[in-house]
Design a binder for this molecule. Sequence first.
Ligand code: ACO
Ligand SMILES: O=CC(=O)O
Ligand code: MG
Length: 761
Amino acid sequence: MPALQGLHVHPKLYKTVEEKVCPDTGFSAGYFWSCLSSVVSELRPEVERCLARRDELQQKIDAWYSEKKESGADLSKPDYRQACREFLRDIGYLVPDKGPVSVTTQFVDEEIAKVPAPQLVVPSDNARYVLNAVNSRWGSLYDALYGFDVIPAYSVTSSGVEINAAKGAAGYNPMRGEAVIEFANGLLDEIAPLVHGKWGDVCRLWPKFVGSIQRLELLLKDGTTTALRTPSLYVGSQGNLGPPDADVARPKSSSPSVPDQGRIILKHNGLHMILEIDRTHPIGKAALSGIKDITTESALTAILDMEDSVSAVDAVDKCKIYCNICGIFRGSLEAPFVKDGKAMTRKMNNDVWFRDAKGNVCTIPGRALALVRNVGHHMFTDAVLTADGKFVPEGFLDCLITTACALHDLRGTGRLMNSREGSVYIVKPKQHGPEEIALTSRLFGRAEEFFGLRRNTIKMGIMDEERRTSANLRECLRAAMERVFFINTGFLDRTGDEIHTCMMAGAVVRKGDMKKQNWIQSYEAGNVDVGLHSNLQGRAQIGKGMWAKPDSMKDMLEGKIAELMAGASTAWVPSPAAATLHSIHYHHVDVPERQMQLAMRPAAKIETLLEPPLLPAKLSKEEIAHELKENAQSILGYVVRWIDLGVGCSKVPDLSNVGLMEDRATLRISSQLLANWLHHDLISEDQVRDVFLEMAKLVDQQNAREPGYIPMSVNPENSPAFQAAMKLVLEGKKAPNGYTEYTLHEARRAVKDQLQGLSKL
Ligand SMILES: CC(=O)SCCNC(=O)CCNC(=O)[C@H](O)C(C)(C)COP(=O)(O)OP(=O)(O)OC[C@H]1O[C@@H](n2cnc3c(N)ncnc32)[C@H](O)[C@@H]1OP(=O)(O)O
Ligand SMILES: O=CC(=O)O
Ligand SMILES: [Mg+2]
């Protein structure tokens, strides 16, 4: 390990910083390490103090709940809410409320400040996915509808005819295609209605100058022409689109004499939709309007995640991530891969060019605004060691690397532009209360000083996902009032933290019942209330959590609109297709107006937030057994891929065979829930072992075709993944804040060492 400025840096990381990150920034690698060295000396003691404070508070909470429980108190009773609040105030868990806060963050890109839209999260260790994520600003509506379950296998058309619209294996099903087009036309009728007629009857469309400005004109199949009811929704065009050479309606099959190939750009609620007209394309040829697809503005922001969706346990893993992040900020990231037998290379998309309604050339960004999620304060890495051999806070390294990579964007040395406002967006997860947020803000401030950046260039996305943050959210905002660019309800981690914090209070409800509990309703509402009353509109997002069923798009389309109705200006999606489909909700809901309505309601009560999610009545043996199985299956299904294959986010089928997105936050929930039930004797250790052995067989079957997969059930005693999964439950009670990372990291590192040993033989 090279020793630099008192630090010992892993050679791989040294090389990455020297060869990838620093060139063209104006800063040398030596300077970079001296900055890290300073910040470690300065702020590491503060991190340690914050972590010790977490443990101290948890011990006090455990003791309080244990005592109440032993004295036979019914903790679900309202009397206890007040007592609990007072206790938490006495121990400093709840901090004094200093009154209203007005967030003043400046230079925030409009994707965050102005336009409500989906937010995609992507594991940053996978270059191919990362590229897909930044390119998911634009998505094919037709593909998203065709490829998922939104269109049922058997559909009824608007004329009442039942059709077989199954996807099928044998190529394109034109009837499914018809159903897709019908859905899309219905959507256009809602968001861009015509003066008369319906989108389904349009046989041609073109921009037409009315005075000095273009309007969209449309020819209907009855031969009449029409226009948009709101003409300003048309914002431009591209290509060769008319005017039509005849004032007679053309029959469906005949092609116009003027080649009809081009794009019509509409804009509604701040989001663009591009009607792709191409009568030479098989879909466009078959469509009355010639529209072959609708390219929809989808994920305006994408979080490149260094945290819960990746398995990164050492310098080598971290370097892979850092190179991807650097590639994005330089605009140079590429990923060669083979798909369906074809070799291809994925790159970052260019911006979209078109002529606006006055005929001027203009552009819209071609990529989502990239935000980077660093790791939390509780993580330390041996990629860099201090002179006395201690691991450095991993979040410090993440922050300095992210900022140094972003210099390429800020200085314009990259090929493409990320932030047009000259900001860097770092999402900081798992912060507990205002003091930790103040610590992050100091870290960001130091990074700005090191690299000569304007104060508050580095913006902070606050994951509201730990109970102490939710309970003190206003003070948390105060601690970052010049930097905050979002508060997001990470309800998955938050649920894990809820269970851990209230571990001693009693047995908690089943995983599927958590969302109905009072605490979570109060948490979701409280986050919106605090955001709306702290001046976030126009400056920062109020975000809601992940849709964790990546294949269940019909359910998402029906359900996820509720998050906008609840006041969110963005919400997380797991994939580009989900972003495209979720974007529909932002056309249905006028978010600023909805937020104005919600700002009038009485704010959610803190007492409700503090109500533990305890089982109201005993569960039957069968119910307990089922819940144990379900959690064991998801824990094993996730953990085995994390530890043996180094995959940090997986789609794991549940017992009903629904694919669920599992990441470290969902693992925190499942393991904490079982640890809680174990502590309260709903299940025994023997039962846990038996069920884990049974589920290991099922998980082995599910992964049988995965290259490199090592079955757990053959020799569970020697399977690091099986052992780690068991440990997460059996020792979950004493895991700090219920975090799973320590167990996962230890086991993954052992597997990597073993693999390295084998490769040397
Ligand atoms: C609590 C929290 O912290 S939530 C935040 C953490 N969670 C996440 O980030 C979830 C991100 N999502 C994912 O990792 C994935 O979608 C998974 C693991 C859930 C499913 O992955 P897969 O099984 O590979 O998905 P599937 O086979 O359906 O789709 C693969 C295609 O979709 C793309 N894709 C899927 N998810 C993403 C994504 N998040 N970003 C970009 N592209 C994606 C892939 O690039 C691939 O397309 P390609 O072949 O053209 O490259
Ligand atoms: O990070 C998101 C969460 O839900 O946890
Ligand atoms: Mg989280």
